[in-house]
Ligand binder design. Structure first.
Ligand code: C2O
Ligand code: CU
Length: 513
């Protein structure tokens, strides 16, 4: 098949709560419409067409194309597949609408906040300008209940990203969605795209994330209050973690979840991703969970990893990949004929999420399918190397910051460089510097460390690793991450375990000049 045929025939599938959309139109279920404005300045565009209508005419005006989307955050009932839960979601969908555009285009999002609390949207992994980062007070205030917020920025780098609130533990409700930024120079040699979103779920099942955080923050003293909560929250004790995984270096998490979802669906009523045998699929895996790392495999297939956190890597073929909270991997797979389980095991927790990848008739794999690939070759950080075009050139750092991660399990207090709570550690940098962050984990738990506004270069014993914005730091391990200070602001640097960050594991990368 010629490249042109592949591209025009390409489909984008996500199943579950995500919208089915075509690339040619570039619109999404978010009523994302394309308009052109003079020199990229927005002309108050309405929120695009309803699904099923065609987009507005695009005028041949110079300047970057603008993609417009409208999201409404509100309390709603969501069907997870036989189980209806009351939660908070974007535009009544879990995951929220898929947002998509091409690097260099402008994305303009109106957020209607119909929640009872203030909220924001943070663009995870995207190097947006500081005033679009969606962190309350850094620099703009949150969007109050009943108010509208607006975000507008140039889509920076191609890749797989996502969005979520940066207020309290709202992310552990249904407030999340995927952003795909296409590469104008690289159409991609694949026929079908599958967006796969992994989540741990408890909202609407008898506990809210806020209650979970309260109990955890109560530390051991709060454990007595757990009786009768049905499932418990902070399990076990400091000495004996409730969830254990050798892959994660021991303690696998703090929160017991009743459900694990793939594209918003329970394993008993999974999303079905349809394609044709022989097609080359690009699978965009996103872990939006709050406290769960997932080990993912596709029965009957090997996985060629092509991107980590949006940025390309030299391709490496494995059988299974581990994603911590906030991480993404893009995979390339040539599809066999049949129906295959795409399984996301909640690492160290026992349960799993499931989607079905179907290219032909045949029996649907069972909800508890455990493909043998899960126990075969696992992708390691050391397997990954940024491609030459995105690798940061070798350069001695102008400044080095140790980012020391510690936890007091008895008090359930998490710190960076000894700071926690309202008193965040500051990591000063100057514009233009090459900055080295050394994430030093002195705790007995893994932490997926995330830096806002930058995609750092992981260094592996002096050698070039992948570009990442979120990286697993195992217990008693140090991960070295270099970045170019080219996006002035005050950027959160935190653990993407939502309950850790909300309990103090947050610092600020501070541009001081
Ligand atoms: Cu997903 Cu502060 O980040
Ligand atoms: Cu952590």
């Amino acid at each position: 098949m010629r490249r042109a045929d592949r591209v025009t025939r390409r489909q984008v599938l996500s199943g579950g709560g995500l919208a089915l959309l075509g690339l040619a139109g570039g619109c999404t279920g978010a009523r994302l419409a394309a308009t052109r404005g003079p020199s990229g300045v927005s002309r108050a565009s309405p929120a695009g067409p309803e699904p099923g209508q065609s987009g507005p005419a695009t005028e041949p005006v110079a300047g970057p194309r603008t993609r417009v989307a409208s999201l409404t955050a509100r309390e709603t009932d969501v069907d997870l597949g036989g189980q209806v839960v009351s939660t908070w979601a974007y535009s009544d969908q879990v995951p929220g609408p898929l947002l998509r555009g091409t690097a260099g285009e402008v994305l303009e999002v109106r957020l209607g906040n119909r929640l009872p609390r203030e909220t924001t949207i943070h663009w995870h992994g995207m190097a947006v300008p500081y005033d679009q980062d969606g962190v309350p007070g850094l620099p703009l205030p949150a969007v109050g209940p009943g108010q509208d917020g607006h975000y507008r920025f140039v889509l920076p780098h191609p890749g797989t990203y996502w969005y979520h609130p940066h207020v309290g533990v709202q992310l552990d409700r249904g407030l999340y969605g995927v952003v795909v930024i296409d590469d104008p120079h690289e159409p991609g040699d694949y026929d079908v795209e599958l967006v796969v979103v992994l989540d741990d779920w408890l909202d609407g099942t008898g506990r809210t994330p806020d209650e979970v955080l309260r109990r955890l923050a109560g530390g051991m003293a709060g454990m007595g209050g757990m009786a009768g909560t049905g499932g418990g929250t902070a399990g076990g004790s400091a000495a004996m973690p409730r969830f254990r995984s050798p892959l994660l270096g021991g303690d696998a998490g703090d929160v017991g979840y009743p459900y694990f979802l793939v594209n918003g669906r329970l394993p008993g009523a999974p999303a079905t991703l349809r394609a044709l045998p022989g097609q080359r699929a690009r699978i965009r895996l996103v872990n939006v969970a709050a406290d769960t790392a997932f080990r993912v495999a596709l029965g009957g297939h090997r996985l060629t990893v092509t991107h980590g956190d949006g940025f390309p890597v030299d391709p490496v073929t494995v059988d299974t990949v581990l994603l911590a909270m906030g991480e993404r991997y893009d995979l390339e797979v040539t599809l066999e004929e049949g129906a295959f389980p795409l399984v996301a095991v909640a690492e160290g927790k026992g349960g799993q999420g499931l989607a079905i990848l179907r290219t032909a008739a045949g029996a649907t794999p069972p909800a508890r399918a455990r493909p043998a690939e899960l126990r075969r070759r696992l992708l390691r950080l050391a397997d990954l190397r940024a491609t030459a075009d995105v690798a940061l050139p070798d350069h001695p750092p102008d400044r080095v910051h140790d980012v020391v991660l510690e936890g007091d399990m008895m008090e359930w207090r998490w710190t960076i460089n000894g700071h926690g709570g309202g008193d965040m550690a500051r990591l000063p940098v100057a514009g233009g510097e090459r900055v080295r962050l050394r994430f030093v984990n002195l705790s007995s738990m893994f932490h997926p460390m995330h830096v806002h506004g930058h995609t750092f270069q992981v260094r592996l014993g002096g050698r070039t690793g992948p570009r990442k914005d979120t990286v697993i730091v195992l217990p008693l391990e140090t991960v070295v991450a270099d970045l170019v200070a080219d996006n002035p602001g005050h950027w959160l640097t935190h653990c993407h375990n939502l309950y850790h960050s909300e309990s103090g594991m947050m610092a600020v990368l501070d541009y001081v000049s």
